[in-house]
Design a protein around this ligand. Structure first.
Ligand code: KIV
Ligand code: NA
Length: 270
């Protein structure tokens, strides 16, 4: 069984690979490809549910997709992202929502978009046996407060706040930390200052690992951030396959005999 300890132990030794997945077939491909951590991100809202932000994603949405991913994964660590307002409002509800991902959906850990309000909560979750991946820098659930998705930690005060919160979450027992959209030199300093692994997205080369959204990696997204890299053209492949299918049916070249069942003994039935 993959454990948060395996991921922690890689810090400073071997790069950690993390990608998002939202469904069983994609999770199986990532798992077979040797990805260390599969994050069922609340980016689900954008990639798969057609929302413009992650805010409408519910605990039920996450649970359904976490279960699908966990059922298709043998080797990778499965991390469930906690959606907007499912944590941090009320402690009992936070613990119940996070606990559900492990208890009912077979996730190994949860991820929380962090701030001063998640330090004690992280400690409580870890005490109860719910491993926590912290997330600092750009936290997209704050889109309405930011007025967009701006880079974070770009001045000394805000960079220092990120560092202090990173240390506070490490002390609270988080097993790793996602750093999103922060300057490389800030991410490098945070990585140096804490022992738990940092996993960067738009945070430069000096983190202990990297994470990207799977749709951006395989080329399925209409838009992707500049810090992302497209490693494939799945959208192009899908468009070509759909076009060929439509052509084949319209031109009556599909189905052929090999795609059809043999004649049966059924007599005329009308
Ligand atoms: O929801 C998500 O996919 C994430 C990653 C980008 C870190 O939070
Ligand atoms: Na997320």
């Amino acid at each position: 069984m993959p454990t948060v300890r395996d991921v922690r132990a890689k810090a400073g030794k071997e790069p950690i690979t993390m990608l998002t997945a939202y469904d069983a077939p994609t999770a199986a491909i990532l798992d077979g490809g040797g990805v260390d951590v599969i994050l069922v991100g609340d980016s689900l809202g954008n990639t798969s549910l057609g929302y413009e932000t992650t805010l409408p994603v519910t605990v039920d949405d996450m649970a359904r997709h976490v279960g699908a991913v966990a059922r298709a994964t043998d080797d990778a660590l499965v991390v469930a992202d906690m959606p907007f307002l499912s944590f941090g409002v009320d402690e009992a509800a936070s613990l119940e929502n996070a606990g559900r991902m492990l208890k009912e959906e077979d996730a190994h850990a949860v991820k929380l978009e962090c701030g001063p309000h998640t330090v004690e909560l992280t400690e409580r979750m870890v005490q109860l046996g719910i491993p926590v991946m912290a997330h600092l820098g750009l936290t997209p659930q704050h889109v309405n407060e930011y007025g967009g998705f701006p880079r974070q930690g770009t001045d000394e005060d805000s960079a220092r706040r990120i560092l202090e919160l990173a240390q506070a979450h490490e002390d609270a027992g988080a097993f790793s930390l996602v750093l999103e959209h922060v300057p490389s030199n800030v991410a490098a300093q945070v990585t140096e200052a804490i022992e738990i692994p940092t996993i960067g997205i738009g945070a430069g080369p000096d983190c202990d690992g990297q994470v990207l959204v799977i749709d951006d990696v395989i080329g399925l997204s209409d838009w992707s951030p500049s810090f992302s890299k497209q490693f494939g053209d799945v959208k192009g492949e899908m468009e070509a396959a759909v076009e060929d299918y439509v052509d084949a049916v319209e031109s009556e070249t599909f189905p052929e005999a090999e795609h059809s069942y043999e004649e049966s003994d059924v007599d005329r039935i009308y």
